[in-house]
Design a binder for this molecule. Structure first.
Ligand code: BES
Ligand code: MN
Ligand code: ZN
Length: 525
């Protein structure tokens, strides 16, 4: 997809398909409110081309509801697509992200290769839909919408939208002067926002492409190769270690997960060191990279086990975020660590009752070999700290309990530090992703005390997401830390108008925004 930014007036844009957003407003009419959708453009030509259908009552402008008009009168565009945003009280910049995704997913299967997505004119856009965040969100949404998971279909047709243009006209008509030029962003600022959207959308899709790969095509070693190749391309320093280094570092928890597999584990280390910056925070991003989770000796039921290829989604999110960081170049040091392994049953596999010594020196009684994500993350967190991380964030598809608690609407988030969490919460407003903070606490720590060692790797049936987080806290220790449980969010089971079924790439955008917030806290030595 070739993205472009246009400042032309909408009626002059010669394109296969021009998409315009509409909001769901109503007017009072006797006893009932009459739907009266309104287009988010001041272009008289566009409004008159759509006037009849907009007045018909057939189109409500519900979120992501589409309506296509062929050969719209008075426009240079061959087709006009109206995309609903829903009710004004519920509209955010994120609605624009989804609308752009919807426009792309509408366009793609019809074999239309050219799409122009119109934003409100600069003179019209109020505080609700600020131009720069909207430009960025539209591009992100378009890239996200363009992704399909059918990589291995022999009859796969590349229907990708070849040219995607965001159009933002200064005013509704060519002659009308701009009402408030001082408040409007410059074209340079809009171009920067546009460029960010491209990087972020592509990075999220890079993570999705990794998550989509089946276990036989993406082993820990191959995940390491893919991460290393990307890192070289974007200028990150990187190393991928395996068994020897894992033993040398005494990562007994990480190794215990991989010991039952023929596939060697991979310890992926990506470093972003902006030039001239030595002091200040060093942010450690740690991802769970289980390329396939059978459960090990505590084997999973076969039903739905194929889904466990996406058990490396936390690791992929970190790799995707590191790609975006390398290209956006925030002035803060970042370290990305992915602990990749395959969890298999075997004669050499670890057994329930085994005791493992983690890199930190803590001993872990293995109760269930299927609670493997926390084992690899434990050593990943300790390793990040040993490399100097001052703040930690981890992500993984950790617990079914988190899915039971929050479903597929919110990811679970945990933190030992309110200030650090506040940065993450603020990041969510920009990323448009939804996470819900869940509790840590002494009571949960009590559930994972072991009789034979320091802790055990499961804490019984209750509060499974919190006991997993409490387990990780033991390794984060006092370092400010956030844990993201994305088990319910990493894979989309039902297609949506703006995103395909399959890997979601969740957490890439939120982690990136969290990182960018530390630029402000910078200390230059
Ligand atoms: N990878 C799974 C968690 C998971 C479940 C991810 C559903 C995505 C969708 C994890 O390794 C796991 O098996 N967790 C166990 C922990 C239990 C043994 C304490 C679980 O949730 O059942
Ligand atoms: Mn498991
Ligand atoms: Zn797992």
């Amino acid at each position: 997809m070739k993205p472009e930014l246009s400042f032309a007036n909408l009626h002059e844009i010669d394109t296969e398909l021009l998409a315009v957003m509409a909001i769901d407003t109503q007017i009072a009419g006797g006893s009932e409110a009459i739907p009266q959708p309104v287009l988010l453009t001041a272009s008289e030509a566009v409004n008159s081309a759509a006037a009849t259908i907009m007045a018909s009552g057939e189109y409500k402008a519900a979120p992501n509801e589409t309506l296509l008009i062929h050969a719209p009168a008075g426009l240079a565009a061959k087709r006009l697509l109206i995309v609903g945003l829903g009710k004004p009280s519920k509209i955010t910049v994120h609605s624009v992200r989804n609308a752009a995704g919807t426009a792309v997913r509408f366009t793609k299967p019809r074999g239309i290769r050219e799409l122009t997505f119109a934003l409100p004119e600069l003179a019209q856009s109020g505080s609700l839909l600020p131009p720069c965040p909207c430009v960025r969100a539209a591009v992100e949404g378009a890239f996200v919408g363009d992704f399909d998971a059918d990589t291995y279909r022999s009859d796969r047709k590349d229907l990708s939208v070849q040219s995607f243009t965001v159009a933002i006209a200064p005013s509704g008509t060519a002659t009308e002067p701009n009402q408030s030029p001082t408040q409007n962003p410059s074209q340079v600022e809009l171009k920067v926002a546009f460029g960010e959207g491209v990087i972020i959308g592509e990075s999220q899709n890079f993570a999705r492409s990794l998550v989509n790969e089946p276990g036989n095509k993406l082993t820990p070693t191959i995940l390491g190769q893919r991460a290393g190749q990307m890192a070289s391309e974007v200028g990150l320093r990187w190393e991928v270690f395996s068994t020897d280094k894992i033993h040398e570092l005494k990562m007994g928890a990480f190794w215990s997960v991989s010991q039952g597999s023929e596939e060697p584990p991979a310890l992926i280390v990506l470093r972003y060191d902006p030039p001239g910056i030595r002091g200040g925070p060093l942010l450690g991003l740690v991802g769970k990279g289980i390329t396939f989770d059978t459960g090990g000796i505590s084997i999973k039921p076969s039903e739905n086990m194929e889904k466990m290829k996406y058990d490396m989604a936390g690791g992929a999110a970190m790799i995707g975020a590191m790609r975006a960081i390398a290209l956006l170049k925030p002035k803060v040091r970042v370290l990305g660590i992915v602990c990749a392994a395959e969890n298999m049953p075997d004669g050499k596999a670890q057994k329930p009752g085994d005791v493992q010594t983690a890199m930190s020196g803590k001993t872990i009684e293995i109760i269930n070999t299927d609670a493997e994500g926390r084992l690899v993350l434990a050593d990943g967190l300790t390793y990040a700290k040993s490399l100097g991380a001052t703040h930690l964030i981890d992500a993984g598809t950790l617990t079914g309990a988190c899915v039971v608690a929050l479903g597929t609407a919110n990811g679970g988030a945990f933190s030992n530090n309110d200030e650090t969490y506040e940065h993450f919460n603020a990041a969510l407003a920009t990323s448009g992703e939804k996470f819900w903070r869940l509790p840590l606490g002494e009571e949960y720590a009590e559930q994972i005390k072991s009789d034979i060692g320091d802790i055990k790797n499961t804490g019984g049936r209750s509060a499974g997401a919190s006991t997993a987080a409490e387990f990780l806290r033991v390794f984060a220790e006092e370092t400010p830390w956030i844990h993201l449980d994305i088990a319910g969010m990493a894979w989309i089971e039902e297609k949506r108008p703006y995103i395909a079924k399959g890997p979601s790439g969740v957490a890439v955008r939120s982690i990136l925004e969290w990182v960018r917030r530390y630029e402000a806290a910078l200390v230059i030595e």
